[in-house]
Write a protein that binds this ligand. Structure first.
Ligand code: PLP
Length: 362
């Protein structure tokens, strides 16, 4: 993705977005010796986005000597997290929520551990799945927020671009990080084109409208999945009864809470749903090829609904044993619920489930 680096203060004063030419990903900007210093250590989650994992293990590690430790942060207790932070740990890199199993990390708790640790690592949250509408990680204690603008912020699947967002630069560590990133962005040439920036900006203007529709539709679809006899498990943290429901509520941004109103058991929580279909791969394949409004494709966050099979598509490069540990089985299906009519989407999901069910009955 091409990238823009913003600090909230910078944005308020109309200062720097940095434009030039070559595509690059935030990992390449952040995860290198230039920005982190020699012999730095990175601490991340065991189910970090595949592209980030590949960059950490195959580029930062092999070519730049940066070591990354991957920890199961959903289950690790405070002591285990403290122990995993080393003297040279400069960056903690997490996602909210993780892809495709939608595991959630308690960001305020992690920020408190990171900021009270003598190594003072910066906490980066990849907020791509929730978008700035559903979560504001800077308000929860994160130091840097990353977005793939390609997804919800652009919203129309016509741009490949990313952004790093920093809070007002009040500490010297953050100011140094910001200055280094701006320098590296210019030096490496990792800057978006004017046309891409224009497209992403056009998308951002309707972000709040789209996110409300994505969330409302996703809640309808999640409820329909939960009621279906062909579904083993639905994962949607906003769904009543989901084991991450309380944590999901705490992660919501102030404006999302304003949209949703008083605490409800079921609430919109962005547009991503994963579910385990009964009947394993054959049933999943039948579902995916029978759905008519959900296009079978990777990527997410656009206005059109998409469906995919993580084990064979987005997470095909994760070793099988690792996939098993993460719960990415043959029956797992991931939906990116679009902004089409919610009832149409539910009808489509139900008819595709019926087809998968018939196959299982044969
Ligand atoms: C897609 C994605 C990325 C990478 O973004 P691109 O714009 O496609 O390069 C990073 N993090 C998450 C969580 C993503 O879903």
């Amino acid at each position: 993705m091409l990238i823009a680096i913003l600090s909230r203060r910078a944005m308020n004063t109309h200062a720097p977005q940095i434009p030039t030419g070559t595509p690059s990903k935030p990992p390449s900007l952040l995860l290198n010796q230039g920005s982190l210093g020699l012999n730095a250590h990175i601490f991340s989650v065991n189910d970090v986005y595949g592209g980030t994992f590949r960059y950490m293990t195959r580029v930062a590690s092999e070519n730049q000597g940066l070591e990354t430790t991957f920890v199961d942060l959903e289950h690790a207790d405070e002591e285990a997290i403290r122990d995993a932070i080393r003297e040279n740990t400069k960056l903690i890199w997490v996602e909210l929520p993780a892809n495709p199993t939608l595991r959630l990390i308690d960001i305020p708790r992690l920020a408190q551990i990171a900021h009270s640790h003598p190594s003072h690592p910066l906490l980066l949250v990849d907020n791509t799945f929730l978008s700035p509408f559903y979560a504001s990680p800077l308000l929860l204690g994160a130091d840097i927020v990353l977005h793939s603008l390609t997804k919800y912020i652009d919203g129309h699947s016509d741009v490949v671009m990313g952004a790093l967002i920093l809070p007002p630069l009040e500490s010297s560590t953050l100011t140094r990080a910001y200055e280094k990133l701006r320098f590296l962005q210019n030096a490496i040439g990792a800057v978006p084109s004017a046309y891409d920036s224009w497209l992403a900006q056009r998308g951002a203007k309707t972000l709040h409208l789209r996110m409300e529709a994505h969330g409302e539709n996703a809640l309808l679809v999640a409820r329909a999945l939960k009621a279906s006899p062909h579904v083993e498990e639905v994962i949607y943290p906003g769904l009543e009864g989901d084991k991450r429901n309380d944590l999901a509520w705490r992660m919501l941004s102030p404006h999302a809470k304003k949209f949703i109103g008083p605490r409800k058991e079921g609430f919109p929580f962005s547009g991503m749903i994963s579910f385990r279909i009964k009947g394993g791969f054959e049933a999943a394949e039948k579902f995916l090829t029978s759905a008519r409004l959900f296009t079978l494709a990777e990527s997410l966050g656009g206005v059109e609904s998409l469906a995919e099979h993580p084990a064979r598509m987005t997470h095909g490069s994760v070793p099988e044993r690792e996939r098993e540990l993460l719960g990415i089985g043959e029956g797992l299906v991931r939906l990116s619920v679009g902004v089409e009519d919610g009832k149409d989407l539910v009808r489509d999901v139900l008819q595709a489930l019926e087809k998968a069910g018939e196959l299982r009955a044969q």
